[in-house]
Design a protein. Structure first.
Length: 432
């Protein structure tokens, strides 16, 4: 098991301690000792780190969580969509079955399930997904108003979010989302024709101009609301730097990239050579993020901000996200699933909103999916920053992106050291 990772910056050699994601500056002699430890199995790495003054504080004991509290639900308010995206995990929005809409009884049971799990002062989140959730706009609004009122009565803080393709937005949505401080994520896969090829209508028509026109009122209105762009990266839209600059200029609160690793159709999945290109593009974006941040300019590259925040906090997570932990996806019929990507998939079935999460299924999921019980994760230095990769993608395709993730985190560690020296106030903001 690799307990540390050596990396170099302009400030000299550094080491990341895997437990607690602790970063330390080291001298050349210490670096040589640690390099020897990497090269031979005869060295007791734990004892060596202790003798060098590192690793005295332990953060992880039993990495497998037991009965974690429910803190977030995503509601598939409609299992249908108006687009025909080439790689859609929901298979056109219906998850491989007939198109369905969520009933009010399922909404009510979901909201009560979420809020009944929280105590006064706790924070929970209610998300709306699909399909395309805005095809059931009236239900979203009714659910939001109901959840906000119930949360207020119980003294629970609640946040709202929605993921949309943008084509069904209207000006009234801007006011509603602003009133309830929504986090709005718009799926956009590039500029103009690049986006149109990946996210066409079901008849093959373009959607970029319509989506941008519909999202513009939200970009102008956002104060409490935050509007972000999420780009799914495929072999056909690898020009990330130009895409990032374009969406930043449009006024998005943040812009993030996510690699397409597993699609039900097998279309547009990234190959290892594509991931090499994507890593180079990600680093180019991050270099511009560093330059502009040092200059005092805002450059909302979400991937860089997230990586820096996790390193600064000393993240040491045994899972990649909250899926099956404190977060579940709710199908239109009320089924509880490990996340929105597992909706109507028996592999992620966790119960029903009427009866709650099955403790047996959740405990089995948490035990099996822990990064310390996965291969080759157990021996990877990046395991507690990565968490083992998206469960859905790993179960369906394995781990083709490990080198990409390690390359990105190695760069992020260097950026963290550089920015800590030059703009330390950035990390006070990230900690807030």
């Amino acid at each position: 098991m690799t307990d540390f990772h050596l990396f170099d910056t302009e400030e000299g050699p550094h080491v990341l301690l895997v437990d607690g994601s602790q970063v330390f500056a080291i001298d050349e002699e210490t670096r040589r000792e640690l390099e020897v430890a990497c090269a031979t199995a005869r060295v007791d790495v734990t004892a060596l780190l202790s003798s060098l003054g590192f690793g005295a504080k332990r953060f992880l004991s039993d990495p497998v969580l037991v009965d974690p509290p429910l803190r977030a639900l995503s509601l598939a308010v409609v299992e249908k969509c108006n687009l025909g995206c080439t790689y859609c995990y929901a298979q056109g929005g219906s998850f491989g079955g007939p198109a369905r809409e969520m009933s009010w009884s399922v909404i009510e049971a979901s909201v009560r399930r979420l809020l009944d799990s929280a105590s006064t002062g706790d924070r929970v989140n209610l998300a709306f997904l699909g399909g395309e959730p805005l095809l059931n706009r009236s239900l979203i609004r009714r659910a939001t108003e109901y959840a906000a009122q119930l949360a207020s009565e119980q003294g629970v803080k609640i946040g709202f979010s929605i993921t949309t393709n943008g084509t069904s937005l209207n000006p009234d949505d801007a006011e509603f989302f602003e009133d309830y401080a929504f986090a709005v994520t718009v799926s956009l896969d590039g500029i103009g024709e690049v986006h149109d090829r990946l996210r066409p209508t079901k008849r093959g028509g373009g959607t970029y101009q319509r989506a941008i026109a519909r999202v513009s009122p939200l970009l102008q209105r956002q104060r409490r609301m935050q509007v972000s762009a999420r780009v799914t990266v495929t072999p056909r839209n690898l020009g990330l730097r130009a895409t990032l600059d374009h969406f930043v200029a449009l006024g998005f609160h943040s812009v993030g990239f996510s690699p397409m690793l597993s699609a039900p159709s097998g279309r547009d999945e990234l190959a290892p050579s594509d991931l090499d290109v994507m890593l180079g593009e990600m680093i180019a974006c991050a270099q511009e993020f560093e330059r502009r941040t040092i200059a005092g300019d805002r450059y909302p590259f979400a991937n860089a901000l997230t990586a820096l925040r996790e390193i600064h906090r000393g993240t040491h997570r045994p899972y990649p996200c909250g899926a099956g932990v404190g977060y579940f996806g709710v199908s239109a019929s009320g089924g509880l699933f490990a996340c929105h990507r597992f909706v109507d998939d028996p592999r992620g079935d966790m119960g029903h909103v009427d009866t709650g999460v099955s403790g047996e299924r959740q405990r089995r999921w948490l035990a099996e999916r822990s990064v310390d019980r996965q291969e080759p994760c157990r021996s990877c230095w990046a395991r507690y920053l990565c968490g083992g990769g998206c469960h859905y993608e790993v179960i369906n395709r394995g781990r083709p992106a490990c080198d990409f993730i390690r390359g990105w985190l190695d760069y992020a560690l260097g950026a963290y050291v550089r920015l800590s020296e030059r703009v330390p106030h950035l990390f006070a903001d990230l900690s807030a």
